[in-house]
Write a protein that binds this ligand. Structure first.
Ligand SMILES: [Zn+2]
Ligand SMILES: [Zn+2]
Length: 159
């Protein structure tokens, strides 16, 4: 059994449409490689930064993610190699293990398809596109009928 701690640069296009790990960002690998009869069992966590866009207000999201992976990588020419498909069980390529497919699979399950800058993000006013957070509570685009405009001014002066 071997422990591997390493920082690697993130490959391109790691993530989903609206959120993902920026290319070249530091990915922290904290893995255990365990030799089993048919190959190597890789388990551990991969953590790194994620960047994206809020699905409601388009503000930038800067967050971090952590995924747990557990994958068996079969030795070339092992029974497992002969009896399973490559997309079921990973393969060692010589002494190398390509973690990228497993990491991609885990990330797609972890990252939200509709990321939010915060759980209760109110989004944008559909009329003017301003963020509801920046608008007064009574913000609206209701047109005041010109015939009533005088009346509303009267109400204001009365106060
Ligand atoms: Zn938002
Ligand atoms: Zn508005």
């Amino acid at each position: 059994m071997r422990e591997v701690r390493r920082v690697v640069p993130a490959p391109a296009d790691l993530g989903v449409e609206l959120i993902g790990v920026p290319e070249g960002a530091d990915l922290d690998l904290d893995l255990r490689l365990q030799s089993v009869s048919e190959g190597v069992l890789v388990s551990g966590t991969i953590t790194g930064p994620v960047q994206g866009e809020c699905g409601r207000c388009l503000r930038e999201i800067n967050d971090s993610m952590g995924v747990t992976i557990q994958e068996l990588y079969a030795y070339e020419d092992s029974t497992t190699d002969a009896t399973t498909d490559e997309d079921e069980v990973g393969r060692m390529q010589g002494d190398l293990i390509d973690l990228e497919p497993a990491l991609r699979d885990a990330l797609v399950l972890t990252l939200p398809t509709n990321p939010l800058c915060r759980e209760d993000c109110p989004g944008l006013c559909p009329e003017c596109g301003a963020h509801w957070d920046d608008l007064p509570a009574d913000h609206s685009h209701q047109q005041i009928d010109p015939r009533w405009a005088g009346l509303s001014q009267m109400t204001v002066t009365e106060e």
